[in-house]
Write a protein that binds this ligand. Sequence first.
Ligand code: ADP
Length: 190
Amino acid sequence: MTNIVLFGPPGAGKGTQAERLRDSFKLNHISTGDLFRNNIKDQTELGNKAKAFIDKGELVPDEVTIGMLKAAVKEDRYGNGFIFDGFPRTEAQAEALDKFLFELQTEVHGMISLDVNDGVLVQRLLERGKTSGRADDANEDIIRNRVAVYYKETSILKDYYQAKDKFYSVDGVGSIDQIADRLAEIVKKL
Ligand code: ADP
């Protein structure tokens, strides 16, 4: 089993690259952003709870997010492994993930960061907002808040995985194929 955390700021291309890795390595792709959006669309209790946070560009509380993630993993835990996209985003989530995977007798094998500078990110997200229909992509202030939350709460996870010798990073600027190749080189060795 190979479990990968795909890491990087909003707009870094995690979703696109996660799909490529899913197909190349036959892994399950779990995107907490997609799970939240599906719940919001279906107007579930969880979706209703999460919506207010997401629309402001804030993080959904850990308790809600961790519960949702565990349920998704349990549903499909017998494959080759997982790509976690958008999770963990806080240290509490990283700790919960370690504990949970340990209970399933597995672990995070590597976190791979997609490095993209802020100017490119905001442009990409505004561009995506024209077609994504996502409220959190539509407004520059909300986008900037998401990037700020990333630097404040999430970027420290680099140290968390580095301390375990599990941190890798690739240049996230280039063509989709180029970046997919960079990621595949790392995943092959995990
Ligand atoms: P992006 O990385 O492009 O901002 P995502 O689709 O990964 O988009 O996430 C969208 C929103 O969903 C986030 O801004 C946040 O509000 C919420 N969210 C997603 N994953 C998490 C998480 N692990 N913890 C808390 N909130 C999350």
